[in-house]
Design a protein around this ligand. Structure first.
Ligand code: ATP
Length: 369
């Protein structure tokens, strides 16, 4: 097993005359046996980071260590890692067994019967024991992905690197494989770096998640910590569906003043803000409550614009100003219980609890409260 350490790792590509900074000064340590999910929007540098760890891409600046050994110049095949990609890249002319044993035959001196035993064992672990003599074309997508995983597992590497391995599967299978992969990683205890753009995978699979944007590391922490205590507005908006509500506000005495609402805050909130007065107010849709009648200044009379029934819950789009033109009115999105009946045009009272609000520095995006 192994620890991984990235110390100020940077990758630049030359694109004609232009220099593209794909990964910008990223530092992070991945513990022995940890499952780290690297997540972020398209082009944020996830794959490049993974490919540098794999040794498939050179490192422009900084150091990468595996178990305290700097491996910047160590060849990919000498790093004791196994990769699983989005495309399974199975050899079509080989059987499942051959696909899984091929790498071991090439890279080790293990006797054939030992390799056969390892492949059989891994096949059973992944529930593809019955399929070892089939060709890839005779397997479903999910089964092919298991073979690709099996090929990585059978090598018993120090580190697994996975790049969107589930993205070719349908939603149901993806959910099943998500759980299975987690259990497998837990049992095997192999340090794993898993790249995805899917926030559900990030939230549910990782011991920690590393969130990237524009090649820069935005936050690395346990998933729930990133969700509840985002380091900045980018992280707050990236995690959560529907996204957190944001409103520009200004601190004026003990009130946050926005375009369409005012919100009084206590001393504990104000003390977190220091001298900063230009802020972004954030509230997650599920933190908004619909209540009977307005009784304090954290409650607002609003109009229901749209209701999206999701079954167990409703997503409700509310307007602050009942008289405003719906096209231009500021909208607050709330996620409420599916049994609560609300319809378009209803007048409701929405409560925004003070202990659920987030405040960001409008200039830098940094979370202040
Ligand atoms: P996606 O989710 O779309 O795969 P990603 O987060 O994995 O995106 P990368 O593939 O790591 O992003 O790319 C990061 C940035 O580096 C992008 O702007 C990309 O265009 C650029 N890039 C990647 N490879 C090269 C290359 N060989 N030459 C030039 N630019 C590159």
């Amino acid at each position: 097993m192994a620890t991984l350490e990235l110390d100020s790792v940077t990758k630049t590509f030359q694109d004609g005359d232009e220099e593209v900074v794909a990964v910008d000064d990223i530092s992070m340590s991945i513990d022995d046996g940890e499952f780290l999910v690297v997540v972020g929007p398209s082009g944020c540098g996830k794959s490049t980071t993974l490919r540098m760890i794999a040794g498939l891409e050179t490192i422009t600046d900084g150091t990468l260590s595996i178990d305290d050994r700097v491996v910047n110049d160590v060849k990919s095949q000498d790093r004791d890692i196994a990769m699983v990609f989005q495309s399974y890249a199975l050899y079509p002319h080989m059987s499942v067994r051959e696909n899984m044993s091929f790498g071991l035959e090439e890279s080790t001196d293990l006797p054939d019967d030992e390799i056969a035993r390892m492949v059989t064992e891994t096949g059973e672990l992944l529930d593809i024991g019955e399929l070892l003599n089939r060709k890839p074309k005779d397997l479903s997508g999910g089964q092919q992905q298991r073979v690709a995983l099996g090929r990585a597992i059978v090598r018993d590497p120090e580190v697994f690197l996975m790049d969107e391995p589930l993205s070719n599967l349908d939603a149901k299978l993806r959910a099943e494989m998500r759980t299975e992969l987690q259990r497998l990683q837990d049992d095997l205890g192999v340090t794993t770096v898993y790249v995805t753009h899917d926030q559900t995978e990030a939230m549910t699979m990782g011991d920690r998640i590393a969130i990237l944007d524009g090649g820069e590391l935005q936050q690395i922490a346990e998933p729930l910590k990133c969700y509840h205590e985002p380091a900045n507005q980018f992280v707050a908006s990236f995690l959560g569906e529907p996204s957190m509500n944001f409103f520009d506000v200004r601190l004026d005495g003990d009130r946050l003043v926005g375009d369409v609402f005012e919100y009084p805050v206590g001393d504990d909130v104000r003390s977190d803000l220091g001298e900063t007065t230009d802020l972004v107010f954030g509230i997650r849709p599920e933190a908004v409550e619909l209540v009977e009648g307005k009784s304090d200044a954290h409650e607002f009379e609003m109009t229901v614009d749209v209701v999206e029934p999701m079954g167990d819950e409703n997503t409700v789009y509310l307007h602050f100003d009942p008289d405003a033109d719906p096209e231009s009115a500021e909208t607050l999105v709330a996620t409420i219980d599916g049994f609560t009946r609300v319809s378009e045009g209803d007048s409701v009272v929405a409560r925004i609890p003070e202990d659920a609000i987030h405040l960001f520095d409008r200039a830098t995006g940094e979370a202040l409260h």
